[in-house]
Design a protein around this ligand. Structure first.
Ligand code: AMP
Length: 117
């Protein structure tokens, strides 16, 4: 199985497939967005591609149209939830805090967000 195939043991692939419940807020042909289970801000939504890729750079190489659609979905969610302004974070690598190795962007706002690494 290649990286861009759906990985059976991937949490976000299973959420995308509907095998694990999540509080979904938007779905398109290429993208699914759902609320983070442990929100770090009043608005904290994960935007994920349907294609499995281990991080955002791998997704950009394998399926750039999905990354572009993720950006559009992130903006639509922010328009609906926090006045169109938001932080969009891609943790890449365990040392940077990535814990789920299926590309995803964190859409965050709704309060005062300090800068923290
Ligand atoms: P990262 O640390 O960048 O890999 O982000 C993974 C995020 O997934 C974390 O913010 C977790 O709180 C979130 N998360 C883990 N499991 C679930 C789940 N079942 N539903 C929604 N969010 C989840």
């Amino acid at each position: 199985m290649s990286d861009i195939d759906s990985a059976q043991d991937c949490l976000f692939c299973r959420i995308v497939a509907g095998d694990i419940p999540a509080q979904k807020v938007m779905e398109t042909d290429r993208v699914v967005a759902f609320r983070d289970i442990a929100p770090q801000a009043p608005v904290h939504i994960l935007v994920v591609p349907r294609t499995h890729a281990p991080n955002v750079a791998a997704l950009a190489a394998a399926a750039p149209e999905e990354l572009a659609e993720m950006a559009q979905v992130a903006q639509r969610i922010a328009d609906a939830e926090c006045g169109g302004e938001y932080r969009w974070i891609f943790n890449t690598g365990a040392a940077a805090g990535q814990t789920v190795f299926h590309a995803h962007g964190h859409v965050m706002n709704g309060g005062t967000l300090g800068w923290s690494a």
